[in-house]
Design a protein around this ligand. Structure first.
Ligand code: PEP
Ligand code: MG
Length: 576
């Protein structure tokens, strides 16, 4: 038996990042994107230019994506593979063939790409050189990526029910689709704790470990596997003792789930009666039942860009209203902060230009102010629904960094309100306006922004990445991505002070709010409105209802004094 074969039979434990809690035991399905489907249909001569352009855009986007992944890896072998893949996509011969199939033979772009790659692969298959034959897998991979890119869609993923998905990378919408096929847990090579895919897996309550780098090579479909989303561990082909240990942990988990219900039924207050609200961060319609299940008191963050992720477009105001209305119907009398479309960064959107630093680029409100029609359609959709639910909806602005951006948003809201009123359409004229405090410029000058808005929502996921200059999705520097770093706490504290001084509401909707001890500290600092993945509500509530407000204030005071993240982590461990 070769060393690799032997390794593939032994128990292996792999450490990754604990993206979503829970223990899952079962059978692995190694998930690879399916081959896209193409048809050899012909196009008319007037369509050739647009098909050529689609090819060029797809080529650019694919190379950009490969370069991005290459930059974020230090692994020599992976770097070499990616370099080869970039070379394939850039191959001038292939491009010439594709262009000629479109121009001369009038094939649609998807089929032109497929045909050129098929010929290339056939040539290599005939070749005796084993090294060249080894490249076929890369070429097929690049063919599929390009075809998907020109078709501007990804294939619908599909897995056997109740298996544990092991994959190199998943898009946020893949997670939602796989969850509906009863995915038991998720194990992924790429991703950081606050990458969008992880956040969604967490909100959907799917036990997940991410950032494993090369797990796909160590696991085969059908392998027995244990995923420990509490500790970020994955055990493959467990020995009997290991299996028994985890079965016991699983029983404990089930017992805790039963206890959860008792906690959820308690009033949201500290032992001495200080009240707080625990709301939900929500994205997809499929998550709506979680509101009742976890007794969320409204939605502190509705990530509306999910419309784009699930449907490939935001849609006009009418299409959006359907989504907003279904949310409002489910939420009852409670409040919903509808965040304007926050695309860019790791949230896919058709970029007009390739950006070297997408997280510092055309994202959130910056993009919306350039794409006014998109902004206006969304404001119209929200405002129309607000007329039916007055006082219950807030508009939340993402990625705000300057006062001028806020001026512009206000102007647009005013304009659309007038436009709707002139047509006798009911609108909540006092609709509440809030901003995400997620760029340090807003936190630092919170005293200037507070008098201009009705509420602040502190987004520690981005606030951390911009304060510490750490890409939130980069697993190579995940140890530096510290939401509990003293610098982040100082900005939170300062924002609360400004909000209190100007008597506006302030909440926290970043992942820090889902950490029970950090949540206790936030309440001690003066936050009484926390928003999180609904599945985190029981643990957070459990931590809060066991203490007096004074105890939480003392914890906050200690955190204010701390000078390092290590000190804060030690303090949290002791508090536990
Ligand atoms: C945040 O940045 O903390 C936040 C909640 O927004 P998102 O994670 O959607 O960027
Ligand atoms: Mg954010």
């Amino acid at each position: 038996m070769s060393p690799t074969e032997e390794l593939q039979k032994r128990e292996i434990s792999i450490k990754g990042l604990p993206a979503s809690p829970g223990i899952a035991m079962g059978v692995a399905t190694v998930y690879k994107r399916q081959q896209p489907v193409v048809q050899p249909t012909k196009i008319t001569a007037d369509k050739t230019d647009s098909h050529l352009e689609r090819f060029n855009q797809a080529k650019e986007a694919t190379i950009h994506e490969l370069q991005r992944v290459r930059k974020s890896t230090r692994d020599q072998e992976t770097t070499e593979i990616l370099a080869t893949q970039i070379e394939i996509v850039n191959d001038p011969d292939l491009s010439d063939h594709i262009e000629s199939y479109i121009k001369e033979e009038k094939y649609n772009v998807g089929y032109a790409v497929y045909k050129a790659f098929r010929n290339y692969i056939e040539l290599l298959t005939k070749n005796d050189n084993e090294l060249l034959k080894d490249r076929i897998i890369d070429i097929e991979d690049m063919r599929d990526r390009l075809v998907q890119a020109v078709q501007r869609r990804t294939n619908e993923p599909s897995i056997p029910a109740s298996t544990i998905v092991v994959t190199d990378e998943l898009t946020p919408s893949d997670v939602v689709k796989l969850a509906s096929q009863d995915m038991k847990a998720l194990v992924m090579d790429s991703g950081g704790l606050t990458s969008h895919t992880s956040i969604i897996a967490h909100s959907m309550g799917i036990t997940s470990v991410v950032g494993l780098q090369r797990v796909c090579q160590l696991i085969k479909s059908g392998d027995e596997i244990i995923v420990d989303g509490n500790e970020g561990m994955v055990v493959v082909r467990p020995r009997d003792e290991t299996r028994e240990l985890y079965q016991q942990k699983l029983r404990e988990q089930e017992r805790r789930l039963q206890e959860q219900q008792k906690i959820l039924d308690k009033p949201s207050q500290t032992t001495d009666g200080h009240k707080f609200k625990l709301r939900a961060n929500l994205e997809f319609e499929a998550e709506l039942p979680n509101l009742k299940k976890y007794q969320a008191e409204g939605i502190g963050l509705l990530r509306t860009e999910s419309l784009y992720l699930s449907q490939g477009q935001m849609g006009d105001h009418e299409a959006q209203e359907e989504f907003y209305e279904s949310v409002m119907r489910e939420v009852g009398e409670d409040f919903v902060a509808m965040r304007l479309f926050d695309a860019g960064g790791d949230k896919f959107y058709d970029q007009p230009l390739r950006e070297d630093n997408p997280f510092l680029g055309w994202r959130g409100i910056r993009m919306l102010l350039d794409e006014r029609e998109l902004l206006r359609e969304q404001l119209e959709g929200i405002l129309r629904v607000s007329g039916k639910y007055p006082g219950q909806i807030g508009i939340l602005v993402p990625m705000l960094s300057t006062m001028e951006e806020l001026d512009e948003v206000e102007k647009e809201i005013k304009g659309i309100t007038e436009h709707l009123k002139a047509r006798d359409i009911a609108v909540d004229e006092n609709i509440r306006l809030g901003v995400m405090v997620e760029v340090p410029s807003v936190a630092i000058r919170a005293h200037d922004f507070a008098p201009r808005v009705d509420f602040f929502s502190i987004g520690t996921n981005d606030l951390t990445q911009y304060t510490l200059a750490v890409d939130r999705g980069n697993e190579l520097i995940s140890d530096l991505y510290q939401q509990t770093n003293p610098a982040v706490w100082t900005l939170i504290d300062h924002t609360i002070e400004a909000a209190n001084q100007h008597e506006i509401d302030v909440s926290v909707c970043g992942e820090i709010a889902a950490n029970p001890i950090a949540a206790a500290c936030l309440v001690g600092m003066g936050i009484d409105d926390l928003s999180m993945a609904p599945a985190s509500i029981p643990d957070v509530k459990n931590a809060l209802v066991q203490h007096t407000f004074e105890e939480l204030q003392n914890l906050a005071d200690q955190v204010r004094e701390a000078t390092s993240n290590t000190e804060i982590q030690q303090m949290f461990n002791e508090w536990r």
